[in-house]
Design a protein around this ligand. Structure first.
Ligand code: AMP
Length: 494
């Protein structure tokens, strides 16, 4: 994304709004620290010689972040050096160590997206013994070799055998339910994005935190930062963002959904002439209507489609507030069916209710339109965690397959009934598969901060990676219900 120096100032301004809003709802946040897991990525150059790097890397490396004056509201447990370390293992290890060693001071915890925060908890699951050793002895593991990280962490670390013993006893317990509130007892909320695709992680976060408030403070992208949540303690499903009108020039393309079909499969980043005429200004959006966000930025993007669909949820004075609905271009399609992210997410949510009696949770999922079979079919890759000891019988997974199919739209179900689409398949993958997927994306250049599990995969090496870790698979045992809605649709389809 093209960017310019002054853009960082504009972005800092949006960050500076977050704590004044938060403090209206949670008092005393200046009396302790935030434990945030933040990362940078290495930089590359474009063929023309310009610097290319993820937006958050630019921000953390800028003086706006590095040289920020002391502010009790933005006092973090991670020293800058640990955030600015390019080696993701060393960065995570040292940030976790600093967070644990100051556990009583931590008042809020977070990362950018919820997936990043869960990755940190998984890291703790693997490495708590080493971390406790460092806390007990007040020394830093020799695997941490970055001299600036060593210097910064050693300054804050003191031998604390009592704390090390406490962390060991908590992490050694069989159940990790509530581990966040157990290890960081003064935490008031988790600051992570759980709107959009990230809502998938809510049950996992609730489990680890015993239901602490999940706070989504802002809505932003590499192209431009957009808005803030003025009611941060609301339920994740009710989060709305108030767009800050000075961040860019906003326009909105009304989204027309017919019979659950989304507008188009391939989404060009530019608008055609008819779409340009349909654009609505920020002051003219209508309550309840869904729009695709189109921005003209200071850095030079002109009428650029961000790819997000937003719904007008209400107004703060005259400023419209938007729910994040979905990313527009996530589509599964075999025949005339087109299943977007929201439809898929809702269908998966309905299906996982079958797992509740077994105390099992869906920790991650993605999907694939498998056209190697005839007819093609939808494949869902599920990673589960199970606390209960009862084995989940195959019939339950078959019920999950069928529930997903029943929850998909009329066109999908009709295609199933007429054999244009084969039975939906759920493939259960080994625990850790999605971490591997993230590692793979990171090795290709994705940033940990900005990584979002793709809800639909197409890239062959990723599909291969997923398939290589399948433990078992289940198919929908019968066709979903479908009733002829009317002759028109019947003739259209055939
Ligand atoms: P990136 O450019 O990698 O930072 O990704 C930006 C995209 O992340 C946005 O266009 C959204 O699709 C998604 N995103 C950012 N903030 C939020 C949010 N608060 N809720 C849901 N999705 C978000």
């Amino acid at each position: 994304m093209p960017t310019i120096e002054e853009e960082l100032g504009r972005r800092s301004q949006l960050y500076s709004l977050l704590m004044p809003v938060m403090s209206q709802f949670v008092p005393g946040l200046d009396k302790g620290k935030g434990m945030y897991f933040l990362f940078i990525k290495c930089e590359t150059k474009t063929p023309g010689g310009l610097l290319a790097r993820p937006v958050l890397t630019s921000y953390y490396k800028s003086s706006h972040f590095k040289d920020r004056p002391f502010d009790p509201y933005t006092n973090y447990t991670s020293p800058n050096e640990t955030i600015l370390c390019q080696d993701s293992y060393q960065s995570m290890y040292s940030q976790m160590l600093c967070g644990l060693s100051q556990n009583k001071e931590v008042l809020r915890v977070g990362a950018v997206f919820s997936s990043g925060f869960i990755r940190a908890i998984r890291f703790l699951e693997k490495h708590w013994a080493l971390l406790c050793h460092d806390i007990r002895t007040g020394t830093l593991n020799p695997l941490i070799t970055d001299p600036s990280v060593r210097e910064a962490v050693t300054k804050t670390l003191k031998p604390d055998p009592e704390l090390a013993g406490f962390i060991e006893s908590e992490c050694g317990k069989e159940s990790w339910q509530g581990i966040i509130t157990r290890l960081w007892p003064n935490t008031k909320y988790i600051d992570v994005i759980v709107t959009g695709t990230m809502s998938q992680y809510i049950p996992t976060l609730d489990y680890y935190s015993n239901g602490l408030p999940l706070v989504c403070t802002m809505y932003a992208s590499s192209e431009c930062y957009f808005g803030v949540n003025l009611n941060p303690l609301c339920k994740p499903s009710e989060v709305s963002y108030t767009l800050i009108p000075t961040m860019c020039y906003y326009e909105f393309l009304p989204v027309h959904r017919n019979n659950g079909l989304s507008n188009s499969i391939a989404m060009p980043k530019s608008l055609n002439e008819k779409e340009q005429q349909e654009l609505v200004d920020l002051v003219d959006v209508k309550l309840g209507q869904e729009y695709e966000l189109v921005v003209t930025t200071y850095a030079g993007l002109y009428r650029y489609r961000v790819g997000d669909v937003l719904r007008v949820a209400g107004f703060k004075n005259n400023a419209p507030q938007f729910n994040f609905v979905c990313r527009k271009n996530v589509v599964l399609s075999i025949d005339t069916d087109k299943t977007d992210e929201v439809e898929l997410q809702n269908a998966v949510r309905n299906a996982v209710s079958h797992l509740m009696p077994f105390d099992a949770r869906l920790t991650e999922y993605t999907s694939y339109a498998d056209t190697t079979t005839i007819p093609g079919h939808y494949v869902l890759y599920w990673e589960l965690t199970q606390n209960g000891s009862t084995t989940i019988p195959p019939s339950i997974f078959e019920d999950c397959c069928l529930t997903i199919e029943e929850s998909l739209d009329n066109v999908y179900r009709q295609n199933r009934v007429f054999d244009a689409i084969g039975p939906l398949e759920i493939k259960i993958v080994e625990i850790g598969t999605f971490d591997k997927l993230m590692d793979y994306a990171i090795s290709l250049g994705a940033s940990i901060n900005q990584y979002k599990t793709p809800r639909c995969v197409k890239f062959a090496p990723i599909v291969e990676l997923l398939n290589s870790r399948v433990v078992c698979s289940y198919f929908s045992p019968k066709c979903p219900k479908w009733t002829t809605p009317g002759l028109t649709q019947w003739t259209n389809i055939n």
